[in-house]
Design a protein around this ligand. Structure first.
Ligand SMILES: [Zn+2]
Length: 302
């Protein structure tokens, strides 16, 4: 059995009370809501509430209770950050006549293909890389800059609230989940960190766990993934395919197994080459090999 280290205090958010959620005032009528594993954000406007996503494990009841704890205004707009059910799977519980559901057209197409009644189709979509909306006096800018997570993924920028929502971009105070949060296109994932750093914001909401970030956290994640790439590049330069195959006793006619053990050896070597990140990120042992594998294949074929 694999033993994992406990998470350091700096990487943990607040304890979750019996209600099952914590609302965090992010300033200026903007609130984060988390149930511990997944989070999102809602904004009070002059006329109602704009909610980003409806995470499955928060659920409609808890989302409405969270919103109700700060305002009696109704949810007028729901913006989908991207298609994934863990982030929008409770949307059907909030759907009602008059609710505007906004998404990139690619997200709408993916929902249609999924045939999942938990995810109502958006009724406002846009194509291309950019859409600015005025919602009851608050400006929202939706930017689709690349497939850093999944096609149709959005940066949701609210300039006057100094807020950037970038769901599934990274984990605040931890390395990315699994393979760079399952980045559809790894070079776009690397580029996304630089793109995020160009926004003039104070808060960055990234969709998982119980902490909200800043641009400093974006820069930290950028530095971390750059270290992954540096380590992988050096490992690939020094770990030979034939040597790795021989060391693993791979039969001479099994080319696929050669490739498999070579990549495992590259990842193992890269893990040894990684500098220590324990003072800056929590849970550095959890997804290290997954992330190195994703970066290594990208370095190899992208
Ligand atoms: Zn996702």
């Amino acid at each position: 059995m694999t033993a994992f280290k406990p998470m350091p205090a700096f990487a943990l958010g607040p304890d979750i009370p019996e209600s099952g959620f914590v609302v965090t005032d992010l300033g200026g009528g903007t609130y984060g809501v988390t149930q511990g594993m997944v989070n999102t954000v809602f904004l009070e406007t002059s006329n109602g509430v704009v909610l980003v996503d409806a995470p499955l494990n928060l659920g409609g009841d808890r989302l409405l209770a969270a919103i109700g704890s700060v305002t009696s205004k109704p949810v007028t707009h729901l913006i989908y950050s991207h298609v994934h059910a863990d982030h929008i799977g409770a949307a059907h519980e909030l759907d009602r006549k008059g609710l505007q559901i906004i998404a990139h057209e690619t997200t709408g197409r993916f929902i249609q293909e999924a045939r999942d009644s938990r995810r109502p189709l958006p009724n406002v979509t846009f194509s291309g890389p950019h859409k600015a909306l005025d919602i009851d006096g608050t400006r929202f800018v939706l930017d689709y800059t690349g497939d850093w997570h999944v096609a149709g993924n959005l940066f949701i920028h609210v300039p006057e609230r100094k807020l950037l929502t970038a769901i599934d971009s990274f984990t605040v105070k931890s390395p990315p989940f699994f393979r760079l949060v399952f980045a559809a296109h790894v070079p776009a994932y690397f580029k996304a960190m630089d793109q995020m750093l160009e926004y003039d914001v104070e808060t960055v909401v990234t969709g998982h766990m119980a902490l909200y970030g800043t641009l400093e956290d974006v820069a930290t994640n950028r530095d971390y993934i750059n270290d992954l790439r540096t380590s992988v590049t050096e490992a690939m330069r020094t770990v030979g395919l034939q040597e790795a195959a021989a060391a693993a006793n791979v039969p001479a006619n099994n080319k696929q197994a050669e490739l498999k053990v070579w990549m495992e050896a590259v990842v193992a070597r890269a893990a040894e080459l990684m500098p220590s990140w324990e003072a800056r990120l929590g849970g550095t042992d959890i997804f290290l090999t997954d992330n190195l594998n994703a970066v290594a294949w990208s370095v190899s074929i992208d």
